[in-house]
Design a protein around this ligand. Sequence first.
Ligand SMILES: CCCCCCCCCC/C=C\CCCCC/C=C/C(=O)SCCNC(=O)CCNC(=O)[C@H](O)C(C)(C)COP(=O)(O)OP(=O)(O)OC[C@H]1O[C@@H](n2cnc3c(N)ncnc32)[C@H](O)[C@@H]1OP(=O)(O)O
Ligand SMILES: Cc1cc2nc3c(=O)[nH]c(=O)nc-3n(C[C@H](O)[C@H](O)[C@H](O)COP(=O)(O)OP(=O)(O)OC[C@H]3O[C@@H](n4cnc5c(N)ncnc54)[C@H](O)[C@@H]3O)c2cc1C
Length: 593
Amino acid sequence: MDRMEELGFRSETDRQIFREAAAPVELSPFGLHSGMFVPTLERQGTPEQSRKWVPLGKSFKMIGTYAQTELGHGTFIRGLETTATFDPETQEFILDSPTLSSIKYWPGNVAKTVNHCLVMAQLYTQGKCHGTHLFLVQVRNMEDHTIMPGLEIGDIGPKLGFDGVDNGFMRFNKYRIPRMNMLMRYAKVLENGDYIKPKNAKLTYGAMVMIRVFIVMDAFKTLSRAAVIAVRYSAVRRQSELRPGGEEAQVMDYQTQQYKLFPLLATSYAFLLAAEGMSQIYAKISSDIERGNLEDMPQLHALACGLKAFCTWVACEGIEVCRMSCGGHGYSHASGIPKIYANIVGACTYEGENTVMMLQTARYLSKCYIRGQRGESLPELIQYLTTDLNVKSTLGEDCSFESLVAAYSHRAARMVAVACKLQQTNKKKGMAGHDAWNKSTVPFIAATKAHCHLFIVRNFVTILSQKKIDPATHNVLSQLCTLYAVYGIVENMGEFMQDGYFNQDQVSILNRKVLALLEDIRPNAVALVDAFDYPDHLLQSCLGRYDGQVYEALYEYSKSSPLNNTDIHSSYYNYIRPMMQKRSESKNISAKL
Ligand SMILES: CCCCCCCCCC/C=C\CCCCC/C=C/C(=O)SCCNC(=O)CCNC(=O)[C@H](O)C(C)(C)COP(=O)(O)OP(=O)(O)OC[C@H]1O[C@@H](n2cnc3c(N)ncnc32)[C@H](O)[C@@H]1OP(=O)(O)O
Ligand SMILES: Cc1cc2nc3c(=O)[nH]c(=O)nc-3n(C[C@H](O)[C@H](O)[C@H](O)COP(=O)(O)OP(=O)(O)OC[C@H]3O[C@@H](n4cnc5c(N)ncnc54)[C@H](O)[C@@H]3O)c2cc1C
């Protein structure tokens, strides 16, 4: 922290980049403090509360996390059981974990690192429950870091990844905090216990929306790092004869290797631009919300949920393809890829389990579809829902951006309509609303993925048509954008073809185009990954080194393995030799085999 101050890093983005450089493969134990705890104090506290607590957080006098999930509930926030009961006599809230399932479980850095938590709890005052609200809770002594009396805190144990984060459990036993430790920007409890409700109960969920937006950028970061490693390694690795009797080929010259990696390279660029677009939309709508204009809150929630789920699912699948495209060496930690995967795959679960998040977006699409059917105006990003589904594709050999965006719009509009019509049919059959919804959620998930895919394709095309880019770079980026879109159609052809939107000739055009683009991109593939400019220190990869000295690096890496500290391992003396001796004694086996 002091080093960041010395270097004058003030912006959170710069500080995040510095933290990643300082601890490239391990997640910082302060990620949640800076990424969630402090921003939530800023956005959910009153001006007075922010003035009091934010400086303490930014100077790390107060180190915090976000403690919401419990043993029994993570997704269903309204089902959380931790209680915060107001005591007007003492002007305090009494926090309690009334059941085993109410124990806070998973909050990052709660086990050993933080001294404060933002705790999500059911607020009770004057005998009435007003739902979940956030409370600032001191959990450790500020002098000696011991756990505060009335709390039980511990680590939850080993996980798939996220090793740098001490995810913990926390149990409250009638733990008292001052009334003014409730974050009261939107909802309040007065001294007499009166509850002042917020303009919208979901304003309390704001921290999660913000992190979901961050996670779209993390999906780009992790996928692009894996792509850098895999593409560079594919340029260095030579294996098998492409031409009989010739020299062994760079594996990047196999069409199958290109088909694995180049679409992921294109996806990395698409996700970077989508993350930037999402961040701009978040900045605009969240500032409107802070000024009290909640009109676009549903649209922001829906977009953040959908993109977080879509991008993390695609990124995690893509990182695995990158790992497997590196053969055996990809499976070694020397490649750097397993750690990337282990650290980001949790993002398919945290900050909103992906299926649940997709269903939130689906719920929004369902409402917009009905409004569209009534002829009501729709937000720009959703206007495609009123696309004329009788129109067929005009796609030609050039696979123009316009025809590609039209194809994605048609696919999403058609799939949303199919899901909504199933929901409506279910209702006409006499199903209750919740059953009619549940029995249409599988098609809604598919439709929502199509909706997110459209956003990313359209965003990529829009940026290429608006930004001033030199012709050579524009040409290469256009190849990537076309590859991302055409590959997405080829890989999901059934969804595009179900209503005959494309004719057979157009399908052939698309199948030819995707292969032609692989050849177009091949000469620039290494330059396109170098352009991300990730230093070797950040990649921590023997395979993705900028200098390409892969085998030298692997050999040095292996020699540094702790198992090589001794020639004969203690297991020989403790287990192997006694076993062999026992065998030879019992079966007169000649010692000289
Ligand atoms: C290279 C390195 C990469 C490594 C990755 C690390 C990167 C670090 C950088 C990022 C920074 C920090 C580190 C992050 C690490 C992860 C830490 C993880 C933290 C957590 O997981 S915190 C806990 C997260 N938990 C959740 O997200 C729970 C999900 N559940 C919910 O959100 C809700 O329960 C719900 C939305 C599913 C349902 O809510 P409910 O109250 O039941 O509402 P509904 O009935 O469904 O809907 C009612 C209406 O409310 C609207 N609504 C719901 N939510 C919102 C919202 N947030 N905003 C606006 N509106 C909302 C909903 O749309 C309905 O509206 P309608 O009635 O339809 O009009
Ligand atoms: C690495 C990591 C870090 C975390 N850090 C934190 C943290 O710092 N703070 C914190 O508070 N929490 C944290 N969490 C907890 C995380 O937020 C929850 O695990 C997450 O919200 C998912 O909730 P759940 O575990 O209850 O999953 P569940 O919802 O129980 O998921 C189980 C299954 O049920 C399905 N399901 C649930 N509801 C529905 C529905 N309505 N419709 C259809 N299907 C449904 C899901 O799709 C899933 O397939 C972390 C988790 C992980 C993995």
